[in-house]
Design a protein around this ligand. Structure first.
Ligand code: CO8
Length: 260
C-alpha cells in the first residue's frame, strides 16, 4: 500500500514508521491514523519483523498532537468517534506482540505524547518536549493520556502536567521516568537502532511473553500478575528457543533463536 502521511520501512527485521506531515509538525489527522492502522496490521502479519521504531519526520517534531485544524470542525459526536478511533489504534500499537520503541525527536504533544506513552519505552533527543496541552484548548487528552501517563509517572506528576498543559523538556522527562535515555539530536536514531538491533537478536517467544507478562500484570493485582508470569515462564520453557538458549550458555556459544 502507498502511504502519504507516514513512511514505512523495514530493514533487518526492524520496522520504522515515520510520521510524515512535517509542515504541520506531524500532527495526527484521520488520514494519518488510518495509514498507521494499516501499517500496524501489516507489521502484525509479518513474522520477520521483530522490533518497531516510531519517529517523526524533520528535526522539530515527533508529533505535535491531533490536527487542530481538523479537530476544530468536530462536534461532540464526531469528537467521540475520533477519540475512539485514536484510542483503538493506539491500543493496537500497545498490543503488538513485538517491542516498540519511540524515538522522540522534538515536540511530542497531546496525541503525540499519547502515542509515545503506548510504546514500550521512549528514547528522546535533547530538544524533545513532552506535554498534554489539551487543557489550553478547552479540552482534555482523548487518546489515553489521562490513563497511561499516571500509570507511568504517578498521579501527582501526571495531574500537574494535565492541569497546567506545560511542556516538559527531555531532561526533566527522564527525571520523572517518562523517558529512558536522552541523546544529542543527531545521535538519537543511532542509539535507538542499536537497542532495537540488540533486542532483535533475542528469542521472539520470550520477548512476546515478557511484554505480555509486564503489560497484563500492570493491569491487575500482584498475585494475579505473578500467576501470569508463572504461566508465561512455563510456556517459554516448552519452546525450542529455551533449549537453544540454555544449551548455548552451557556450550559457551552464542544462542541462535528461531522463534520456535
Ligand atoms: N495541528 C495542526 N497544525 C499544527 C499543529 C497541530 N497540532 N501543531 C503545529 N501545527 C502547524 C502550525 O499551525 C504551523 O502551520 P503554518 O506554518 O501553516 O502556520 C506549523 O505546524 C508550525 O507550527 P508553529 O508555527 O506553531 O511552530 P512553533 O515552533 O512556533 O510552535 C508548537 C510549535 C509549540 C508545537 C505549536 O505549533 C503548538 O503549540 N502546536 C499545537 C500543540 C497542541 O496543542 N497539541 C495538542 C493538540 S490536541 C490533541 O492532541 C488531542 C488528542 C486527543 C484528541 C481526541 C479527539 C477528540
Amino acid at each position: 500500500m502507498a502511504y502519504e502521511n507516514i513512511l514505512f520501512d523495514v530493514a533487518d527485521g526492524i520496522a520504522t514508521i515515520t510520521f510524515n506531515r512535517p509542515k504541520a509538525l506531524n500532527a495526527l489527522n484521520g488520514a494519518l491514523l488510518g495509514e498507521l492502522s494499516q501499517a500496524l496490521d501489516a507489521i502484525d502479519a509479518d513474522e520477520d519483523i521483530r522490533v518497531l521504531v516510531l519517529t517523526g519526520a524533520g528535526e522539530k517534531s515527533f508529533v505535535a498532537g491531533a490536527d487542530i485544524t481538523e479537530l476544530a470542525t468536530f462536534g461532540p459526536l464526531q469528537a467521540k468517534v475520533f477519540a475512539k478511533q485514536g484510542q483503538s489504534i493506539i491500543s493496537k500499537l500497545q498490543g503488538l506482540s513485538i517491542p516498540v520503541i519511540a524515538a522522540v525527536n522534538g515536540f511530542a504533544l497531546g496525541g503525540g505524547s499519547e502515542m509515545a506513552l503506548a510504546c514500550d519505552f521512549i528514547y528522546a533527543s535533547e530538544n524533545a518536549m513532552f506535554g498534554l496541552p489539551e487543557i489550553t484548548l478547552g479540552i482534555i487528552p482523548g487518546f489515553g493520556g489521562t490513563q497511561r501517563l499516571p500509570r507511568l509517572v504517578g498521579a501527582n506528576i501526571a495531574k500537574e502536567m494535565i492541569f497546567t498543559g506545560k511542556m516538559v523538556p527531555a531532561a526533566e522527562a527522564k527525571e520523572i521516568g517518562l523517558v529512558n535515555t536522552v541523546c544529542a539530536p543527531d545521535a538519537l536514531m543511532e542509539a535507538v537502532m542499536k537497542t532495537a538491533k540488540a533486542i532483535s537478536f533475542k528469542g521472539k517467544i520470550s520477548l512476546r511473553a515478557a511484554k505480555q507478562a509486564v503489560n497484563n500484570g500492570l493491569a491487575t493485582d500482584l498475585a494475579t500478575g505473578l500467576n501470569i508470569e508463572c504461566d508465561a515462564f512455563a510456556m517459554c520453557m516448552a519452546s525450542e528457543d529455551a533449549k537453544e538458549g540454555t544449551s548455548a550458555f552451557l556450550e559457551k556459544r552464542k544462542a541462535k533463536f528461531t522463534g520456535k
